[in-house]
Every structure is written in structure tokens, then in C-alpha cells.
Design a protein around this ligand. Structure first.
Ligand SMILES: Cc1cc2nc3c(=O)[nH]c(=O)nc-3n(C[C@H](O)[C@H](O)[C@H](O)COP(=O)(O)OP(=O)(O)OC[C@H]3O[C@@H](n4cnc5c(N)ncnc54)[C@H](O)[C@@H]3O)c2cc1C
Length: 423
């Protein structure tokens, strides 16, 4: 019988374990999932909490209940992985031997790594919406914030869902307009990137959307200090942005146990992984997906979902003695909430940047366009998350490989041409 241990019972660990359980009978494989708590959070919903559009009780479910019958679920922090012994050591002292290890322990927030961030003013005028407690505290603060300078700051990349801070800006614009105080609130987005987003077509479109809404964009700002008492962000090159209220996306690392596990991770605690097969570079029997994996695509639930399909196929091939050559193309997609009950959908992979057109084929949701239909898609996604994605079912018409049909490649040519002529 194969022994498969899955580290992490979040998005990736749950969907991978459920897919593996379907692939193997109880007598073919023993599957264990380990997590440090029993609180599964639908993280995309955190965006809506500060604006009173979602509540914590809608976003949290017990982890164990998302797993199919026949999967052992252990609530026990991981202490370390001993690759040489093929064993996981848990904080309780228990040791789990494995034939295949799946690492899905995500990314952790590291606010303490930025000088001043968790000092004076933290959770009073400096907040994050990237965890439950922060999102809830920010909701209380926004209820009575009706004048002043609000800045949204990404400290450094990589972060989970790189569009979420932009969505926060768009929703803040909507929120203050609805309350009739937009002219008294200034909004600024402060990013270490050289534009609103990483990819040129989307970056120029999203940058334009910030400008249309009167949201100031400050680029190439590497935050060295957050001075909560003085209301200042200070960059390493000594630029300053002042604020009355700061919404900060802190630095992200991999899980701490990864750095305690010799040979498993890089210096940030992410797991170097083959970007196509999802097999880790640490050992042939170790695979990784989701935010924990160091691969060159966004840290997003959609990515985790598409990776899951390929990872499970490759685990099966590996255990059958075949070459694990199922191929992940870096497919990612994301509904970007833009306020006023509209959203924009982007779809891309390692080689193709977000382009206009339709998804998943020439008839489907509009890409790179703000529409009410996409907003409904964003809201409906929560249902798909609990009922389709986590149980490891396929979403009809949506597959791991990025669809080509429906994409307007002329937009790509336009960017290439303008880049060629740029000085
Ligand atoms: C505000 C916000 C908005 C987002 N919006 C979107 C969106 O619109 N679309 C989208 O696709 N994605 C979005 N995401 C990103 C998405 O939620 C993540 O990319 C996805 O959940 C990653 O799944 P994962 O399994 O890698 O990590 P997670 O789901 O975070 O799971 C990791 C698990 O590992 C466990 N763990 C860590 N360390 C240990 C340890 N030492 N011992 C035991 N267990 C441990 C954790 O408890 C956790 O359960 C958003 C994220 C945030 C924060």
C-alpha cells in the first residue's frame, strides 16, 4: 500500500488529497493530511470583509469536513521534514513515514519583517486585510473613516493574489463614493512594481483604471519602514508617502518548518519545484503546489487548482513507475472586482499574458472588460470553491491547460510593437 502524506489542509492540500482519494482505493493507498488548525478560510472572501460585503461566518469552515472519507486528518503543527528518512516530524512528536509527500503549506504573512509595521498604530491606523483578524478590524475602522489620506501598500513581492490590493483600491473608491465622501478621501496605491501589475497589457489597463478613478499610483517603492505614529511609509531609497490610514500587504514567506527541513526549501521557505511537472527539486518523491511552490506564476487559488490536476496525475505516474511528465503550463485566472457590481476577468499562463477576448472559448465570459457578468462570476466562485474545487471535481469547460480559443492575440502584437519602439 502506498503511503501518501499531504502537508497543509488549505486549498491545495484539500483538493489534491480528495483527487488522490478518488484515484486510489483504500487498500491501494493510505492518505494523511496534516494541518495546524481546523479553520479553512475562503481567502478571496477576505477582500469583501472590510467593506461589510462578507462576514467571517460565511468564509470559514472546518478543514476536516472538506476531506473525503478515508482520508486521515491530523491537526498537529509540522515540525520538520527529514528527506533522507522520508519522514515528517510533527510537533506532538509523532513521525509520519511516506512514499510520496505533497507540500501544500502555502505562504505565511511576515509583518514583523518590516520595521515599524507591527509597532505603534498597528490595528489602529495601520491594517492588513490579508488575514481574518486584520480584515475584521479594518471593517470597524472603515465604518467611521470619512476623510483623509488612505494608502494601500504592497511591501514586497511575491504576495498571494497580486491583484487583491488593486481590487481593494477599486472597492474603496466605490465605498467612499456610495457614502458621499469620496471628495474628502484621497486614495493612493503604493507598489514595488514599475506599474499597477506585473504583465504589460494588464498593467497598462489596470493603471488606466486607477487613473480614471482618481487613485494615485506610486511605483518602484520598496517599503523599508512603516511609521504608524507619524503616518509615513518610508522606502529604502528614502522616499516618503504620508497617510492617515494605511492598508498594508506584508511580506510573505513560506511556512517556517520548510527552513528547518534540510534541503527542502529556499531561503524564504518556498519549495523549488519544476514549473511543469510540479515535482520538487528536493527529492523525486516530493511534489509541491499552491503558494508553497516556487514557480514563476501568481500565488493564487486558480493556479493551485490547475496545478492540482497535473500534480495528481504525476503522483500516479510516479507510483506506477512511469515518468511523471504531465505538463502544467502556468495557467492562472482571476476575477478582479472593480466596484459598482462589476469585475474584470484575466486569464494567462507562463507564456501568454492576459489578453482581451472571451473565456473559456469564443462564447463565454468577457476578458479584460469590466462587466456585471464577471462580478456574478466572482461571487459564484465561492460556491464552486466549496462544492467543486475542494472536493476535487472538474469545473465544466475549465481545464488545467490555458484555453487558446477566444483570446484576441492582436493585443499582444500591439504591446510587442510599442515595446520595440519605446526608448
Ligand atoms: C485577501 C486574499 C484574496 C485572494 N483572492 C484570490 C482570488 O480572488 N483568486 C484566487 O485564485 N486566489 C486568491 N487568493 C489566493 C488564494 O487564497 C491562495 O493562493 C490559495 O489559498 C493557496 O492555497 P494553498 O493550499 O497553497 O495555501 P493555503 O490555502 O493557505 O493552505 C496552506 C495550509 O498550510 C497550513 N500550514 C502552514 N504551516 C503549517 C505547519 N507548520 N503545520 C501544519 N500546517 C501548516 C496552513 O494552516 C494552511 O491551512 C487570495 C488570497 C488572499 C489572502
Amino acid at each position: 500500500m502506498h503511503r501518501i502524506v499531504v502537508l497543509g489542509g488549505g486549498t491545495g492540500g484539500t483538493l489534491a488529497a480528495n483527487r488522490l482519494r478518488r484515484a486510489y482505493s483504500g487498500s491501494e493507498a493510505a492518505i494523511s493530511v496534516v494541518d495546524q488548525d481546523d479553520r479553512h478560510v475562503y481567502q478571496p472572501g477576505l477582500l469583501f470583509v472590510p467593506f461589510g460585503l462578507a462576514h467571517l461566518e460565511d468564509l470559514v469552515r472546518p478543514r476536516g469536513r472538506q476531506l473525503h472519507q478515508g482520508i486521515e486528518y491530523l491537526v498537529d503543527p509540522i515540525d520538520r521534514v527529514q528527506l533522507a528518512d522520508r519522514a515528517v516530524h510533527l510537533a506532538s512528536g509523532r513521525e509520519l513515514p511516506y512514499d510520496v509527500l505533497v507540500v501544500a503549506t502555502g505562504a505565511t504573512l511576515a509583518p514583523e519583517e518590516t520595521e515599524g509595521l507591527t509597532g505603534e498604530g498597528w490595528m489602529e491606523r495601520v491594517f492588513t486585510f490579508y488575514d481574518l483578524e486584520g480584515a475584521e478590524a479594518l471593517a470597524k475602522r472603515l465604518e467611521w473613516f470619512d476623510a483623509g489620506r488612505l494608502v494601500v501598500n504592497v511591501v514586497e513581492m511575491p504576495i498571494k493574489c497580486p491583484v487583491a490590493p488593486l481590487e481593494f483600491c477599486f472597492l474603496a473608491d466605490w465605498f467612499f463614493r456610495e457614502r458621499g465622501v469620496r471628495d474628502r478621501v484621497s486614495l493612493t496605491f503604493v507598489t514595488p512594481l514599475d506599474g499597477a501589475f506585473t504583465k504589460p497589457v494588464a498593467s497598462s489597463r489596470l493603471g488606466g483604471m486607477l487613473a480614471e478613478r482618481g487613485i494615485e499610483l506610486v511605483t518602484e517603492f520598496n517599503t523599508g519602514e512603516v511609521d504608524g505614529a507619524g503616518g509615513r511609509l518610508v522606502s529604502y531609497d528614502e522616499r516618503e508617502v504620508t497617510f492617515d490610514l494605511a492598508v498594508v500587504v506584508p511580506a510573505h514567506n513560506g511556512a517556517a518548518y520548510v527552513t528547518r527541513s534540510p534541503g527542502l526549501g529556499d531561503e524564504l521557505g518556498f519549495v523549488p519545484t519544476d514549473e511543469h511537472t510540479l515535482r520538487s527539486k528536493a527529492a523525486p518523491e516530493v511534489f509541491a503546489l499552491g503558494d508553497a511552490a516556487a514557480v514563476p506564476t501568481s500565488k493564487a487559488g486558480s493556479v493551485t487548482h490547475f496545478e492540482g490536476e497535473i500534480l495528481v496525475e504525476n503522483v500516479r505516474r510516479f507510483l506506477a513507475g512511469l515518468t511523471p511528465d504531465a505538463f502544467y503550463d502556468g495557467h492562472a485566472n482571476c476575477f478582479i472586482e472593480t466596484g459598482f457590481s462589476k469585475a474584470m476577468l484575466i486569464d494567462f499562463n507562463y507564456d501568454t499574458e492576459p489578453l482581451p477576448g472571451r473565456f473559456p472559448s469564443s462564447v463565454g465570459l468577457p476578458l479584460m472588460k469590466e462587466t456585471h457578468l464577471n462580478h456574478l462570476g466572482k461571487l459564484l466562485f465561492q460556491w464552486f470553491y466549496w462544492h467543486t474545487l475542494l472536493p476535487g471535481r472538474d469545473i465544466p469547460g475549465v481545464h488545467s491547460a490555458m484555453p487558446e480559443r477566444g483570446k484576441d492575440r492582436r493585443a499582444e502584437t500591439k504591446v510587442e510593437t510599442s515595446e520595440e519602439v519605446a526608448p
